[in-house]
Design a protein around this ligand. Structure first.
Ligand code: SAH
Length: 479
């Protein structure tokens, strides 16, 4: 580490800013936000200073700074882009023992101005040690997106209970555990969901429980999280947050390895994946395991492919948790129908093709196809079939038998949204044979309806990355 990161208290203290352009304005603004008394030196100021000049803590001097100005000053910023003036400022600051930073002139810098994510009172400062400020700025932007803006308020809220917790919990370990559970647990979630009163009540209840430190472990929690169809970029922020928080993860076969790398490193992993005809764990055991782990105080991540409430047996699992009084949260995921359709260039509804879309499973309770054909046979509707690959022959035959036009377009999307995605298109009459002739093994989704024809025009825009896309367009233009 080349620099010492510190957060300086400059409230009521003098800071000099030499310059009148944008960099000077940014520095003056940040110093004012931190409560400093700012003296700005420059014969002419840019309009960016208009609002800053209204701040009572800013004094303006339309001249260059002099040695006497450095009396009682703690920090000096130079941002004039004038070598002679920068050098003079640096010399005066050094003479007065004042920390100095001249914008973009490393040799005249005692310290670096970091890129800042401000969620006051929570502040994150990023520095590249002066090597690549742009990288620091890019990182800052990423953190900015990752951090809900309510985190600042959460920090303040938590700060309000600091003394009470200090009073009641005597050891550092006890307090650390308490705060981890509070901030990353239900109190934090309630607060971030906009219910500070419930959060505050819960925090006080938790504190009482922690204080009376009984031997029985506290109840844990289950996060039922939808991991989407495979591409990790399709996870929600909330899913990612809970994945980073779990003590133990129970995951399905459908959860892609790329997504598993995003689960907290230290979390214990249990593969409860159910491949067709090859049940790793029966459903009842999975549910029981979740209940047991939660009762041991664990944060259990139940990670499922797609959306937990769409052919994911999420509802059944939750019923059991509720019956055992285990608290839970459900985080929706992008279901295979949305993911596969988007990545294959097949809009599920379209004004000229389909006014409705139904999601069905071809995996009946006892392996028998028991579908409501009357509602399924409709030329202005898209039918999406989950778990239908192994019964595609019977399925297509039955669709035609029940009155669907044999020329109705159909597509099978295999490993949708993943790097190895494959799409096979045809009609309801020949799709089965085309799939049989291919190598695909699933997971695969079947899309039936005239929207499938739109893929011919849209696939180039959805299946190629932006570079390929640009090249395709160029190639078309040059023809
Ligand atoms: N809860 C999941 C569905 C689970 S059922 C969801 O919302 O997506 C399992 C079926 O989903 C598979 O048999 C297959 O039909 C479909 N499926 C899941 N992921 C898929 C993917 N990446 N590509 C194609 N089909 C997928």
């Amino acid at each position: 580490m080349d620099h010492l990161p510190i957060f300086l208290d400059v409230k009521g203290k003098k800071i000099i800013v030499d310059g009148g352009g944008t960099p000077a304005a940014r520095r003056a603004e940040r110093a004012l936000n931190a409560g400093a008394l700012v003296s700005v030196f420059c014969p002419n100021l840019s309009p960016e200073f208009d609002t800053l000049l209204m701040n009572a803590n800013l004094s303006y001097f339309p001249r260059a700074p002099e040695q006497a100005d450095f009396l009682d000053c703690v920090v000096a910023y130079g941002a004039t882009e004038n070598d002679a003036r920068d050098a003079a400022l640096y010399k005066m600051a050094k003479q007065a023992n004042v920390l100095v930073n001249i914008a973009d002139v490393t040799r005249y810098c005692d310290f670096i101005t970091p890129s800042v994510v401000d969620r006051s009172p929570l502040v994150i400062a990023v520095s590249s040690g002066g090597n690549a400020p742009v990288i620091a700025r890019i990182l800052r932007a990423r953190i900015e997106v990752m951090l809900p803006s309510a985190y600042g308020r959460l920090t303040k809220f938590v700060g309000g209970f600091r003394d009470a917790v200090m009073d009641k919990l005597k050891t550092t370990d006890q307090r650390r555990h308490f705060w981890e559970n509070t901030i990353e647990g239900q109190v934090g979630d309630l607060f971030l969901a906009g219910d500070p009163e419930a959060a505050s009540q819960r925090l006080l209840d938790d504190l009482d429980i922690a204080t009376s430190a009984s031997d029985t472990p506290q109840m844990g929690e289950v996060y039922l999280v939808g991991a989407g169809p495979g591409d990790p970029d399709l996870l929600t922020f909330k899913a990612l947050r809970l994945m980073q928080r779990a003590d133990v993860v129970l995951y399905d076969r459908l959860v892609s390895p790329e997504i598993m790398t995003l689960v907290r490193r230290d979390a214990e992993r249990v593969n409860v994946g159910k491949a067709p005809q090859q049940h790793t764990m029966v459903q009842e055991d999975i549910t029981q395991m979740m209940v047991d782990l939660a009762k041991q105080g664990k944060r259990v991540l139940r990670l499922k492919g797609g959306d937990p409430f769409i052919f994911g047996r999420g509802g059944e699992e939750l019923e059991e948790l509720a019956a055992n009084a285990v608290p839970f949260q459900v985080i929706p995921g992008i279901t295979a129908a949305s993911g596969c359709a988007s990545y294959a260039g097949i809009p599920l509804t379209h004004r000229d093709h389909a006014q409705s879309c139904v999601l069905i499973t071809a995996h009946g309770k006892d392996g028998v196809l028991d579908l409501d054909w009357k509602t399924l046979i409709n030329p202005s509707q898209t039918v999406v079939v989950y778990m239908g690959l192994s019964s595609l022959d019977i399925l297509s035959e039955q669709f035609v038998k029940h009155g669907l036009d044999p020329a109705t377009p159909a597509a099978v999307v295999d490993n949708g949204t993943r790097a190895n995605q494959q799409v096979i298109t045809g009609t309801i009459s020949d799709i089965h044979q085309k799939v049989a002739d291919s190598e695909i093994k699933g997971p695969a989704l079947i899309i039936i309806g005239s929207v499938v024809t739109l893929r011919d025009d849209l696939r180039w825009f959805t299946e190629t990355d932006s570079t390929d896309h640009a090249m395709t367009l160029q190639a078309q233009e040059s023809l």
